[in-house]
Design a protein around this ligand. Structure first.
Ligand SMILES: Cc1cc2nc3c(=O)[nH]c(=O)nc-3n(C[C@H](O)[C@H](O)[C@H](O)COP(=O)(O)OP(=O)(O)OC[C@H]3O[C@@H](n4cnc5c(N)ncnc54)[C@H](O)[C@@H]3O)c2cc1C
Length: 510
């Protein structure tokens, strides 16, 4: 939705409040009934922040068709659990860090070991277990590019990105991803319009750095190439900085605890339809009916009524649990979000050293990321279990480990044999993992209709656990501000004052 349309819409709503002689829903006794579709980190964080904003009275139902956690989930191999979806969290991911601390979740260091960048003709660059040697190798190969990239990541990446926390701590919300990025910094919004290759060349980085270091960052994190958009480039390069961690027992614990703390009701079911059943322009009030399949029995359908509905699951073409929108006067999903297929393969086995041009398994890096576009795999990584105090049921044979391989399609038997000399277990997990990040792609709205919100719009900027929480909090604030007629806290940007007061920014009320 264009900014001007959005503005007119909000202006119209404000006018309704004024002409009827009152602001909308200022009566504290009027508590909305809230329905949230999806119990991943986005949906559960929305529930958590909504509870903080509205207090104990409101009813919040969270619908989930599969497991709480969504794309954060564990896979069990040989009696130990491994992360099968979202894995890495950065120390500068403010919400994930603060929430983990608040809920007493234990973090474990997940930096990985020795890394090799693989091109078809061999390993281009390999890190060392000694930091000084790794640094020397990086400086030798990329020279000043390392400094330029780091400076850019700190100034454009972390600095502009962190403004969203200031906005949200002040209760401000955005109706579209475009408005959110513009408020964070024009540079970030512009990045979505260029390819990563163009953006990095624009700041003077060499083609060698782009084709190797930057290509590895985006391939490993998003299965894509430097033809993805520049914003994803910033996020991918932020994600290869040191200081990476994960939550002990699985990142899904975050969604489980957010749900518990929100005191929302978990409804096990699949929502088929969101129907607009009342659209009263005179008062600005709407009601929705959610039709859902209860449990797994397709014949067992029920419906429930809500004043506010939050969609916290991707509205992409490929999704298997498609939600339809009925009785709306216009199309509420007028944007396109195409998702990237990713296959995660887990094996307990011995890596094929000859395929990586090394003499033995010990000489093989712990993680190999391919930098050749369209190569048959994206990355191969030795992984550790999420719970340190567990033991495998069957002891590992010599040189055996659990490896996770990312592919952009299902691997053939021949490809698996190329990667592994032998294996005793093999699992495949299919994902519609994150959007395809093209330059100039649609940036969807957070507000689909009056009091109908979409958390996963945020994924069009970048898909990550941290951005899911940012999307969840934005939608909670948007719902609350609109319910109470706080229109000055929606899409109102006061950058100069925020910038000057950034030193004494209010402490987050997580
Ligand atoms: C393989 C992989 C690796 C990743 N690695 C990282 C990483 O290292 N670091 C990082 O930060 N992020 C990573 N991500 C991204 C991160 O996991 C996601 O961005 C984040 O978990 C998305 O959360 P969400 O709540 O928005 O969506 P989801 O987790 O997808 O939650 C949506 C939920 O809605 C449910 N649902 C869907 N339709 C319906 C319906 N009709 N009715 C009821 N329920 C419904 C689904 O079952 C699901 O549980 C990775 C993702 C994948 C797939």
């Amino acid at each position: 939705m264009a900014f001007s349309c959005q503005f007119l819409f909000l202006f119209g709503l404000a006018l309704v409040g004024l002409t009827s002689g009152r602001a909308l829903n200022t009566d504290e006794d009027v508590s909305p009934r809230i329905g949230i579709i999806g119990a991943g980190i986005g949906g559960t964080s929305s529930a958590f922040f909504l509870r903080q904003l509205y207090g104990p009275k409101v009813t919040i139902d969270v619908f989930e068709t599969e497991k709480v956690g969504g794309r954060t989930t564990n896979i069990r191999i040989n009696a130990q659990d491994y992360e099968a979806g979202g894995t890495i969290i950065h120390k500068k991911n403010k919400y994930m860090v603060e929430l983990a601390r608040k809920f007493n979740l234990t973090a474990y260091d997940n930096r990985g070991g020795i890394l090799g960048l693989w091109a078809e003709d061999g390993i281009r660059l390999q890190t060392s277990e000694w930091t000084a040697i790794t640094l020397a190798k990086l400086v030798w190969r990329y020279g000043m590019d390392l400094y330029t990239a780091r400076h850019w990541i700190n100034n454009i990446g972390f600095k502009q990105f962190s403004r969203i926390y200031e906005f949200q701590d002040r209760g401000m919300a955005f109706t579209t991803v475009e408005d959110m990025l513009r408020a964070m910094g024009d540079d970030l919004l512009n990045m979505t319009r260029y390819t990563m290759n163009e953006a990095l060349r624009g700041i003077g980085l060499s083609q060698t750095f782009i084709d190797e270091y930057a290509a590895a960052a985006v391939k490993d994190n998003y299965g894509q190439t430097v033809e993805a958009n520049g914003f994803l480039g910033v996020v991918s390069l932020m994600a290869v900085q040191p200081e990476l961690w994960s939550i002990q027992d699985g990142n899904k614990r975050m969604a489980e605890i957010l749900l518990r703390e929100s005191k929302a009701n978990l409804v096990k079911g699949t929502v088929n339809t969101v129907a607009l059943i009342r659209d009263d322009l005179g008062t600005g009030g709407v009601s929705y009916e959610l039709d859902y399949i209860k449990g797994n029995d397709k014949k067992n359908t029920e419906s429930k009524e809500y004043d506010i509905v939050i969609v916290a699951a991707p509205l992409n073409e490929q999704t298997k649990n498609k939600i339809s929108f009925a009785e709306f006067p216009r199309d509420v999903v007028s944007f396109k979000q195409e998702y990237h297929k990713l296959v995660s393969m887990f094996v307990q086995g011995k890596i094929n050293a000859t395929s990586f041009n090394v003499g033995s398994q010990q000489e093989c890096p712990d993680e190999v990321i391919t930098i050749t576009p369209n190569y048959f795999f994206n990355s191969v990584k030795k992984v550790s279990p999420v719970s340190p105090n567990t033991e495998p049921e069957t002891p590992f044979k010599a040189e055996e480990a659990i490896w996770r391989v990312f592919f952009n399609k299902n691997p053939t038997q021949e490809e698996i044999s190329k990667l592994f000399e032998s294996h005793s277990d093999l699992r495949l997990v299919d994902w519609w993992a994150y959007p395809e990040y093209r330059a100039g792609m649609d940036l969807p709205p957070f507000m689909l209709y009056d009091r109908l919100y979409y958390v996963n719009a945020v994924e069009s900027a970048a898909s990550a656990m941290e951005t899911a929480v940012i999307g969840g909090r934005n939608v909670a604030l948007l719902a609350f501000n609109q319910w109470h007629g706080n229109f000055d806290k929606i899409d109102e940007v006061q950058l100069p004052s925020l910038a000057s007061s950034s030193g004494d920014a209010e402490k987050s009320e997580l």
